[in-house]
Design a protein. Sequence first.
Length: 223
Amino acid sequence: MIIAARFNGPPGSGNGGYTAGLVAAHLTGPVEVTLRRPPPLDTPLTVTAGQDAAGGTVQVHDGEALVASARTDPGERPEAVPAVPFVDAVAASAAYPGFTAHPFPTCFVCGPDRGDGLALFPGPLPDGRTATPWKVPPDVSPVLVWAALDCPGGWSVLTQGRPYVLGRIAARVDAVPEPGSECVITGRHVASEGRKATVLSTLYGPGGDVLALARATWIAVDR
């Protein structure tokens, strides 16, 4: 498994959601992925599959170092974050905090300094949720859906001066949106404990149907 350099999150390491999607592709059904260290870019990584009592497992190593682990997720389906109309997501995105202060402005998913990224800019809603429109790219895939579910949840907890990175994400991808379609992704912060924050995110199709959901743990880091 190789994470191409263009799919970065923080400089020099893979975007968490994209990396998790690559790992999850080695299992079937709902999957939970835990990132153990910053995923290296353009580096051949070893993928080892196994089994536990709940189902399939995967470990990803860079030499001896464990980069990520994953398992079939038998837990409850993540709660959907309520949708908003596409026009409301566009309006919220205009107030995206990352336009003025972004810890990782070249992030493939939400970096405003990227011309070749997903251009997801989740802005705040009055009740604390985030929302962003997504014009689905021609090369959409389940891996890109995992990436798209990542940052909209994270921006529900990110504050200026305290960056977070993805630590764990459990996602259910029911369907991949059609290329060129206009989707909406919403996010919500549900709990915090110490340096850890739990967030939810939901991808809605043009007709308002739920295409994918995620529950994630983000971890505050020192810069």
